[in-house]
Ligand binder design. Structure first.
Ligand SMILES: Cc1cc2nc3c(=O)[nH]c(=O)nc-3n(C[C@H](O)[C@H](O)[C@H](O)COP(=O)(O)OP(=O)(O)OC[C@H]3O[C@@H](n4cnc5c(N)ncnc54)[C@H](O)[C@@H]3O)c2cc1C
Length: 383
């Protein structure tokens, strides 16, 4: 059978990973983006790759999954060439009430054999000479992970996909999706296109794009502020993970400062965010910033589906594959694997069931005596 023609809507980090994986496996791929690749949330993300303390208390399956995620980045680097992945590790600290919790998480990570070690104040100061960590803090270094230059990763993925025959149509919004024979017709301002399968990888616009096909996708949107400094005299070696700020190096030698105040756990409202105030708070950690001003600031909007990632066939629209999640930089390579296995092999691993869009539409009532293929969630046959 001919290779399927797959239309991927969205050239952010999720769509670029999926397009690359499909093209590498021989699918005919066309990528549509309303703007330019990386111009959505992927271009204003902190793009941090880390496991501590996030997986300290996770199930063994999740621990294995996250380990596999890091391995997948190593493999992707070998495939695409480097330059976009920065294996810097992360320096994490806590003080006050959160210190005891972080220490418990550290011990749990240690028992799991994950690469985190406690540093003395002197060791931390020698490791990051330009950073001032409050003296009463406990400090940990996670050796794995680091940060991803997401726009550079997208460029590398799309270059490889186009080398494999994919087409990238920028400035080309998809404005309608209609079923046509066994596939789809996509309308754009510059013309119509046919595809066997449509992948929506439209980030925060996923609900709108899937709605074009009559397929509901619930999504919360959460803005996040990042403030950028100009290049530092004492460059950062690692990602810094303090109680209120994440700070990572930038490609130009500056710092990207992510104020976590808008996260629900600190209880601040987003409107409290002020780039100058965030910059001043960062100067407590990076004294070199004192008296300076942000070079620029960005507000990215996180796509946050209720209950976690949504990756899989949509039950209301045969041949429509949805891929949207927060953490899309870290998860992206896995979404590429899952999409390629589902679309090209007809494979549905039960472990992915938790991500399936049909979770929103399962009835809590007893199953009806008659039902339609539509209600069951039709999965296209192997192509
Ligand atoms: C402040 C902040 C910090 C974050 N930190 C991290 C982190 O540390 N680690 C991590 O993994 N993730 C992090 N994230 C989340 C991560 O950035 C996102 O999950 C990821 O970038 C989403 O990528 P995407 O490809 O789904 O969406 P996007 O990058 O938004 O791409 C979607 C694309 O779809 C296109 N599009 C939309 N509608 C249409 C249409 N009708 N037709 C054609 N194209 C269309 C858009 O133009 C856009 O380019 C963070 C996000 C923010 C905001």
């Amino acid at each position: 059978m001919n290779a399927p023609h797959v239309a991927v809507i969205g050239a952010g980090v999720v769509g670029a990973n999926i397009a690359h994986r499909l093209a590498a496996r021989g699918a005919r791929v066309t990528i549509f983006d309303a703007g330019s690749p990386g111009g959505g949330t992927s271009g204003s993300s902190i793009s941090w790759l880390s496991t501590f303390p996030q997986i300290a208390n996770a199930t063994p399956a999740m621990v294995a999954y996250r380990r596999r995620t890091h391995e997948r980045f190593r493999e992707l680097e070998a495939e695409l060439g480097g330059g976009w992945m920065h294996w810097t590790g992360t320096l994490t600290w806590a003080n006050g009430q959160t210190a005891a919790r972080l220490e418990r998480d550290y011990l749990a990570m240690h028992d799991l054999g994950l690469p985190v070690r406690r540093l003395t104040a002197d060791e931390a100061a020698a490791f990051e000479p330009g950073v001032r960590i409050p003296p009463e803090s406990t400090v940990y270094l996670e050796d794995g992970g680091g940060w991803v230059d997401a726009p550079a990763l997208i460029t590398a993925l799309l270059r490889r996909a186009t080398d494999g025959g994919a087409r990238v149509l920028t400035g080309t919004p998809v404005t309608s999706l209609t079923q046509s024979g066994r596939g789809w017709r996509l309308t754009t301002p510059s013309g119509e296109h046919e595809a066997d399968v449509v992948v929506t990888a439209a980030g925060i616009w996923s609900s709108h794009v899937a709605a074009l096909a009559g397929a509901p996708v619930p999504l919360d949107l959460r803005p996040g502020l990042i403030v950028y400094s100009s290049p530092l005299a004492t460059a950062l070696r690692s990602v810094l993970n303090g109680p209120e700020l994440n700070i990572r190096p930038t490609a130009s030698g500056g710092a990207a400062i992510h104020w976590r105040g808008e996260d629900t756990y600190t209880g601040h409202g987003y409107n409290a965010a002020d780039p100058n105030a965030v910059f001043a708070a960062a100067a407590e950690v990076l004294p070199e910033l004192a008296g300076g001003a942000p070079e620029r600031a960005s507000v990215g909007v996180r796509p946050v589906p209720p209950g976690g990632p949504v990756v899989g066939w949509h039950p209301s629209a045969p041949g429509l594959f949805i891929a949207v999640s927060h953490g899309g930089v870290g998860w992206g390579p896995r979404w590429g694997d899952i999409a390629a296995a589902a679309i090209l092999d007809g494979e549905e691993d039960p472990r992915w069931g938790a991500f399936a869009p049909d979770r929103f539409f399962r009835s809590p009532l007893p199953a009806p005596t008659t039902t339609s293929q539509h209600a069951l969630g039709h999965v296209p046959a192997q192509m």
